[in-house]
Design a protein around this ligand. Sequence first.
Ligand code: SF4
Length: 492
Amino acid sequence: MSSFANLELIRSRLQDEIGTLRREAQSRVALVYPSPYHVGMSSLGFQAIYRIINETSGWACERAFLPDDLDAWRKTRMPLVTYEGEADIGSFPVVAFSVAYELEVTGLIDCLELAGIPALAEARGPEHPLIVAGGPLTFSNPLPIGPFVDVVLLGEAEELVPTLLQAVAGSTSRASLLTTLAQTPGFWVPSIHQEQLGPIGSADDTLLPARSQVLTPHTELRSMFLIEPERGCSRGCTYCVMRRSTNGGMRLVSPDVVLGHIPAEARRVGLVGAAVTDHPKIREIVRRIVDGGREVGISSLRADRLDDELVGLLARGGYRTLTTASDGASERMREQIQRKTKEKHLQRAAELARAHGMRTLKLYEMVGIPGETDDDIDELVRFARELSKVLPLALGVAPFVAKRNTPLDGTPFAGIREVEDKLERLRKGLRGVAEVRPTSARWAWVEYVLAQGGLEAGRRALTAHRAGGSFAAWKKAFADGGGRRKQLRVVS
Ligand code: SF4
């Protein structure tokens, strides 16, 4: 690959986009996604922040992404550049990262290094851009990204972004800027606060719904316009960061407002949120989208909310696979984690999907929850066999990882060997009956040490990354289980 090829790819993607913003302004932000383009452009939060920065007086925003082929890009010796202006991100006064989950810390380090910016904040000076981060990770534990950033926007960023940019525009020095932000609710300044995180930001309801700015065919969601008809959740699953205790639970957007934001050219609409099917008007919203001749997708189908009408509408809206989650292997485990889904709901979901001509049922599961035994896994095998008689079944199985700001925070990881044994038991029990697609137990452990880690965990992530980033490198970097944050806060 050559520098020219890097730019060609960027230009061809831009040509296929609808909604790209090109704005002249006094100051610019490079908004960087630490995963490749097709992932970043599927992120509603990333898209929404792109628009908000461009709407802030005096500021323009250009996007950049972790290259698809990092090694090939490195060989070209070309700095990481933005899409809109093909400008080196190191030349921007502010570089803002949107971080979705723990393992993207390595993408963040790669993006900084590609731009010639020292990864560690302490190695940078005022001549370097201000490095900012926000995104879904900040709802749980952003501490491991602390060593690499100057300031973090915690939680919902709609109001924090303009506040940040006004503070940057009005500041006389980096030190005074960080001091000001450290005194402003919603901002975490690692060099000042160390491991003390304040409350997360909550946007005013009038700023909802978040929605796409750019439509592109080059994402897994293929030119889908994303919109958030509700934010948060009123349920209380004990492993979940988005449970009712986060920012007051579920906030609703009316069908008229949702429909009013969908642009005429959007032929596919994705309804995104923690618990979209809990919206009391979800049937009306989906019906109006489908009646308008559009395809529809929903990010979170709760099996206990599915009925003939809704599944029928989804089928009309292009659904061929019904995807839902039960998350606990057995009724006992689901009760323990306060997950309300029952076998009867899943059974009914499968029957409705079949009745409406869908081809597959996909079910998300979690294994390795504290107290889980082989009997729980065997119950899942038995039930999955029953479901597969109704519709071809695929199980997406993720090992349980305890997250900050949940009641299960601080719970240990089940163990790599133990999780692999459970996955093997599941695979064996369902061989030839259902497809089992597990997340790696090893990388779930890495996610765990970061989810439960502090600032030191970030430094160790850098060590692991510099040692090649293999699982062995991570194991070595965390050999003493270290990098834990100082306080384990348990919320109910
Ligand atoms: S897992 Fe889903 S239903 Fe449960 S609290 Fe989280 S968002 Fe709500």
